[in-house]
Design a protein around this ligand. Structure first.
Ligand SMILES: *Cc1c(COP(=O)(O)O)cnc(C)c1O
Length: 388
């Protein structure tokens, strides 16, 4: 009698990175190659036709009048602050739980960031904390000039509440929308949610270039023209004179060509990200604290899928052991960064930001993640927690 040997089960062990940019590149490679070749042929490396086309498409996508394509998300924020005339002696309110650039840009224009705690459910700036932050800025002899919310992990901040709180002090909003291009709130897209919005095209952002890039979006003619001048050494059009202090802040033509290709599939990618977020939330319900789900009115761009979990570092290690990539965004709240120490009064109490920094864990996310991979990730999280 011949024994029927049980076959080894096929164990799927290929690594799952936090971001997988290779699959997207493979999907789009032909179109990207073609567009880059076209840009090389015409040779207008700086502010070539692709930049103008991208600016028009991004403005139309967001439903705003002006888009200025720039060198990075950080530079977009700096140029917005410069265009608004914010500088020495001024204060800008920023969330304490975000990427360091949100505060660094304020310091780069010689103003002072005032850290505001975030909402525990959405991870975004808590509008109810704005009055106290304004008062604390004034008590320090600073002139509050703007409120700069971040749409963390792609989810638009609560702009109606933030606007109401900022309006009470006569402060405009500047959106740090570095992570949220493609998100929407009450039928309006990111870019149109604040008087001026700044986007990043860093490769791992929802709409990512193959290098650095960013954009400033606004309906305001004067701000748009100021940002355009600042982007090119303060010059007006082809003029020789510096009308104001500017910088080298342009998006490269070749990056614009790449972004045009990515934009052509962006809506489908956003839908896929939302689908994966919903799948994760279904699988991890009751296992970890889930990120707020999309609703009829709030659509996240799902730059990251970030859960909260106790014993975060142990869970992370268990995923690393299974070759599953994770991210800690953000492990240190801004008021604990050495670079911002001089900006602090020592009185800062930002308990929600502190808690989140200890508990957040970002799981693999991206338009090319498969359902099976998301299931493997969720299973690994569940097993890691069960074995604690
Ligand atoms: C990525 C990011 C930035 C900076 O964008 P770069 O394009 O990397 O300069 C600023 N703010 C936030 C919240 C970000 O996530």
């Amino acid at each position: 009698m011949t024994a029927i040997l049980a076959r080894d089960p096929i164990v799927e062990t290929s690594p799952i990175p936090l971001f997988d940019l290779k699959r997207q590149q493979a999907r789009l490679r032909y179109d990207i190659d073609r567009r880059i070749a076209k840009a090389l042929d015409h040779g207008q490396y700086i502010l070539g036709p692709e930049v103008t086309e991208l600016e028009q498409d991004l403005a139309a996508f967001s439903g705003v009048k002006h888009c200025i394509a720039v060198s990075s998300g950080r530079d977009a924020l700096i140029m917005a602050l410069m265009a608004m005339g914010i500088g020495r002696g001024d204060a800008v309110l920023v969330p304490a739980f975000t990427f360091s650039a949100t505060a660094a840009v304020v310091i780069a224009v010689n103003a002072t960031p005032i850290f505001v705690d975030v909402d525990e459910a959405t991870y975004n700036m808590d509008a109810s904390k704005i009055d106290a932050a304004v008062a604390s800025a004034k008590a320090r002899g600073l002139a509050p000039k703007a409120v700069m919310p971040v749409d963390l992990f792609g989810r638009p901040a609560d702009y109606p509440a933030l606007k109401a709180a900022a309006d009470a002090h006569g402060l405009p909003l500047i959106a740090d929308a570095a992570q949220s291009f493609g998100g929407a709130l009450d039928g309006a897209r990111v870019g149109a949610l604040a008087p001026i919005s700044c986007v990043s095209f860093y490769p791992t952002k929802p709409l990512g270039a193959f290098g650095d890039g960013g954009a400033v979006l606004t309906d305001d003619d004067e701000l748009a023209s100021a940002v355009r001048q600042i982007r090119t050494h303060g010059r007006q059009g082809d003029g020789d004179e510096a009308m104001r202090i500017g910088m080298t802040g342009r998006l490269d033509t070749i990056q614009a060509a790449i972004l045009l290709s990515k934009l052509s599939v962006f809506k489908a990618e956003l839908n896929r990200r939302a689908e994966l977020a919903a799948l994760y939330s279904e699988l991890l319900d009751g296992v970890v604290t889930l990120p707020e789900a999309d609703t009829e009115t709030v659509r996240s761009a799902w730059a990251l899928y970030t859960v909260r979990v106790q014993y975060r570092d142990a869970v992370r290690q268990a995923l690393t052991d299974r070759q599953i990539g994770t991210g800690l965004f953000y492990r240190v709240p801004l008021h604990r960064h050495p670079a911002f120490g001089e900006m602090l009064t020592g009185e800062e109490k930002l308990p929600v930001s502190e808690t989140l920094a200890n508990e957040v864990l970002s799981l693999p996310m991206g338009p090319d993640l498969t359902d099976d991979e998301a299931r493997r990730v969720a299973e690994a999280v569940s097993e890691a927690i069960a074995s604690l």
